[in-house]
Design a protein around this ligand. Structure first.
Ligand code: ADP
Ligand code: MG
Length: 290
């Protein structure tokens, strides 16, 4: 820890990074050392107030360029030190979807919004519309093309906000609690779409959530935040298969999906269904095989 990330395939690195907001009484982020590999699906979880949004702000440069306060250490995005760069430069590498995408859509219709994003990147208007359709298709939202932005539901608005960011062709896509406004089935659907985008576009995906469930089966790596520090991190199967990690997650205020609890109950009572299931489907498969 604190030695920097090994290997060259790193999209985001926090090195001994701490930040206290100017009017905050204690650090929002405390001595973070974290390496997020390029092309990975990274899930950051933590209770409300644990520092999730601050972590995102530190990657996109809003911390320290917009939110003032006391900072030590550094965050590197694609090797660029964020504090020595600008929000504008960082934005050319990073797409970001706010927790409330209400304020993120500007154009008259969903299709126009995505096309405008493409045009601002230099795509000629006659090509932009066709490309916007194809991006919306990837997000299973082509039917929204002509819909006025003010008529979209929260979930639809979120898809359009994601499409608008994809149109900017970022290397890294960050989402702040994207599943919080969705029911479990819709949340799972969104995770699958995001994972598809990640694979197809070679994106690094960083998702911040207060619950584990929807992204758990797809994530490569989980980082658990508590009170501004990293409590534990690792691949989902390593964390979920280890009861002491599950206890740490629960005491950090993170919702652990019922399948994980069921698995450990069974294991304690001597029933081993093999590896830890990361979804209801995997649990059913494990029980069938018994
Ligand atoms: N603009 C701000 N000014 C002062 N303190 C803030 C500001 N934003 C967040 N904080 C504080 O930083 C800590 C982490 O907040 P945040 O990053 O929003 O956590 P989360 O997204 O996990 O809920 C909290 O104690 C919060 O009150
Ligand atoms: Mg937040």
């Amino acid at each position: 820890m604190g030695e920097g990330c090994s290997g060259s395939n790193v999209a985001v690195e926090f090195r001994n990074f701490s930040f206290t907001y100017r009017d905050g009484s204690s650090p929002a982020l405390r001595d973070l050392n974290l390496c997020l590999s390029a092309g990975g699906f990274h899930l950051v979880v933590g209770a409300s107030g644990s520092g999730k949004t601050s972590l995102i702000r530190s990657i996109i440069g809003l911390i320290p360029h917009f939110y003032r306060g006391a900072m030590t250490g550094e965050v590197y995005v694609e090797g660029i030190p964020v504090s020595k760069s600008s929000i504008r430069e960082i934005a050319s590498h990073v797409g970001y979807v706010f927790q409330d995408p209400e304020n993120q859509l500007l154009a008259s219709t969903a299709g126009r919004d995505v096309a405008t994003s493409l045009e601002s990147r230099g795509v000629p208007p006659d090509r932009a519309e066709e490309m916007a359709r194809s991006i919306l298709r990837d997000l299973d939202a082509e039917n929204l093309f002509e819909i006025p932005v003010h008529e979209l539901s929260d979930g639809q608005r979120q898809r359009i906000a994601i499409a608008g960011e994809i149109a900017r062709n970022p290397e890294i896509l960050l989402l702040d609690e994207p599943s919080s406004m969705l029911d479990p089935a819709a949340a799972e659907g969104l995770m699958a779409l995001l994972d598809g985008l990640r694979r197809r576009n070679g994106l690094t995906l960083v998702l911040v959530e207060h619950r584990l469930g929807p992204a758990l089966p797809l994530a490569d790596n989980i980082v658990v935040l508590g009170n501004g520090s990293i409590l534990i991190s690792g691949p989902p199967r390593d964390l979920m298969g280890d009861w002491s990690s599950v206890v740490k997650l629960k005491s950090a205020g993170v919702d652990v999906p019922p399948v994980i609890q069921v698995y450990h109950r069974l294991k304690f009572s001597g029933v081993d269904i093999g590896g830890v299931p990361l979804s209801a489907k995997e649990l059913v498969q494990g029980i069938r095989q018994l």
